[in-house]
Design a protein around this ligand. Structure first.
Ligand code: CP3
Length: 333
């Protein structure tokens, strides 16, 4: 357990904890090397040996305080028997939903598919690279998973309104939540010390539907993670009111996107805050990158703040810039 956990528990830390969403990914040549030899992305996620190696790659290069497991939120639809493929330059493509089959799947059938993830977590949490550091497990939020399962690909700026009209939707929602809990529990049992919930498409939901699709299911998951004795970070990307979200959902920490005004967040929210910096800042020259980073550090100086980005690292990012930024944050104060 490391300073990330301490910060979330509002303890004083020797430096500002830092990790990046998508820190294990395509901007790293050592990842691209493994990826080029493993063209099936799902198989790569389910290869416990290689996914461990990828999880630890960023920690071997940079002074991050936590590793996030190399996996994907879409392994839940996959475990529920939905066909899943990642098409180059397009993203994920999901198959038709066999609702009858999904509703009848047993826990064991689900575990069998996801077992390599738990093996990855067990082996990684015991690796000496993570001594005094945290291992972050994750799930996609119920709403974001529903979007992928019904929309069958990444949505653009709007959603097909038919998504709300599926007659079996309430049953699917229940099964997703049930499966998320199974997946979270196994991750924690195998050594994940923090759970992050990614609600990447929260910004697409109409406000009057928040209660049913976001607040209620996420609160249920947050309570569940807490009941396991582990901290939970929520990332409801693109929502208008982070304050209302925090008041209702009560995560242990909140991760903010790069579009929200950090000054307003600092004023409104008193739980630990994570992230914010636009990942595009890492494409700037060193001076401008650090100027932008400094802005977040100053704004959250009097908060429990975890340095991170407002979304994942962009594949075009130069690893050298990541190093400069991490070292800058580690030396701050
Ligand atoms: O380093 C990490 O953050 C851990 C690994 C991780 C991945 N996906 C690996 C990945 C995490 C935490 C995720 C979460 C995830 N997956 C989210 C939520 C966060 C977000 O980005 O909003 C979402 C929406 C997905 C679904 C997904 N997976 C999409 C839409 C794509 C294709 C788009 C893209 O960025 O390529 C993926 C593929 C994916 N997941 C890659 C990685 C490293 C790229 C795979 C490749 O082509 O090499």
């Amino acid at each position: 357990m490391g300073i990330l956990k301490d910060c979330i528990n509002k303890k004083k830390t020797s430096s500002i904890p830092i990790w990046f969403m998508r820190q294990a990914g395509r901007y790293l040549p050592e990842f691209r090397d493994i990826r080029s030899k493993n063209t099936n992305f799902i198989e790569l996620c389910l290869n416990a040996k290689l996914s461990k190696e990828i999880t630890l790659q960023p920690l071997k290069r940079f002074s991050f305080d936590a590793a996030i497991i190399f996996s994907d939120i879409l392994l839940i639809p996959y475990a529920l028997g939905q066909n899943l493929e990642f098409k180059k330059n397009f993203g994920p493509v999901l198959g038709d939903l066999n609702i009858e089959r999904i509703l009848n799947l047993s826990d064991n059938e689900i575990y069998q598919k996801l077992n390599p993830v738990y093996e990855l977590i067990k082996n990684t949490s015991e690796d000496k690279t993570l001594t005094n550091k945290d291992l972050i497990g994750f799930v996609g939020a119920t709403w974001t998973l529903l979007v992928y399962m019904l929309n069958k690909k990444s949505p653009k700026k709007t959603l097909d309104p038919n998504i709300y009209k599926n007659p079996e939707q309430d049953k699917i929602l229940k099964k997703i939540i049930y499966t998320q809990k199974l997946h979270i529990k196994k991750q924690v049992e195998n050594g994940a010390s923090i759970i992050q919930i990614f609600d990447s498409w929260a910004g697409l939901l109409e406000t009057d539907k928040f209660d049913k699709y976001i607040y209620q299911p996420t609160k249920e998951l947050v309570d569940f993670v807490k009941s396991l004795g582990v901290e939970v970070i929520c990332f409801p990307r693109g929502i208008k009111s982070y304050k209302k979200y925090c008041d209702i959902v009560k995560p242990s920490a909140i991760s903010i996107d790069y579009e929200i005004d950090p000054n307003k967040i600092a004023e409104d929210i008193d739980i630990p805050i994570q992230g914010g910096l636009d990942p595009k800042c890492l494409l700037l020259d060193k001076k401008d990158m650090l100027k932008n980073a400094q802005k977040y550090l100053e704004i959250f100086k009097n908060h429990h703040y975890i340095f991170n980005l407002g979304h994942g690292v962009i594949p075009e990012t130069n690893p050298e810039n990541v190093k400069i930024l991490v070292d800058f944050v580690k030396d701050f104060r």
